[in-house]
Design a protein around this ligand. Structure first.
Ligand code: FE
Length: 205
């Protein structure tokens, strides 16, 4: 089969060029500031984008049956939830468990579960992250602010155009009586990539 490279492999797609041209025009006309645009992008990257993933995680924390189905066939289980996402490659969810920490990368390019996590962060596409997290995951995670206990096994999952991975972080201590919506607020984008842990309930609002 003549394997066509997926669209996202192009460095500058037509969409990107159009977006860039539009941004330049709006900025030059004084209609928006670059800061405002960066703010909107950050909102999508860190808050709005990852909301689907956060809902999935919160449901798995509350419902053992859903959790089992999610780990067995994530694409089907996610279909049970009220989340709207564009169709994309099948998703596999890998759970952080006692003794195991998971982290996701795409070594080849930048494949990312964008239906669940929104726009990927810049560092995810960075060749340094992509090559180093495979060779020295502990060190890379430590540099990103996540120090893992030495006895923890670190598993690195390489996403591709055919298969996307998402981490199911462990439910933190101290939120036993929280409902699903409140729990979702603890789930960050990076905790679902595996480069961070969920927010600390005692510090969350
Ligand atoms: Fe990729």
């Amino acid at each position: 089969m003549p394997d066509e490279k997926p669209e996202h492999h192009h460095e500058h797609s037509e969409h990107e060029l159009r977006a860039e041209a539009l941004e330049t025009l709006l900025t030059e006309k004084g209609l928006v500031t670059a800061d405002a645009i960066d703010g909107i992008i950050r909102l999508f990257e860190e808050d709005i984008g990852p909301m689907n993933g956060a809902k999935v995680v919160a449901r798995a924390w509350c419902d053992d049956g859903f959790r089992a189905r999610l780990l067995d066939d994530a694409t089907a289980a996610i279909g049970e939830l009220d989340v709207t996402m564009l169709p994309e490659a099948p998703i596999v969810v890998v759970p952080n468990e006692p003794g195991v920490h998971n982290v996701v990368v795409c070594t080849l390019c930048s494949c990312y579960p964008s239906g669940l996590l929104g726009i990927s962060p810049k560092w995810y596409k960075d060749p340094a992250y992509r090559s180093r997290v495979v060779r020295e995951p502990r060190r890379v995670l430590s540099e990103m602010g996540l120090d893992l206990a030495p006895e923890l096994e670190v598993r690195v999952w390489d996403s591709s155009a055919e298969l996307r991975y998402m981490v199911l972080p462990a439910r933190p201590e101290g939120c036993e009586d929280w409902d699903e919506a409140r729990l979702a607020g603890l789930v960050t984008r990076d905790s679902m990539i595996g480069t961070a842990l969920p927010r600390d309930p005692s510090e969350a609002t």
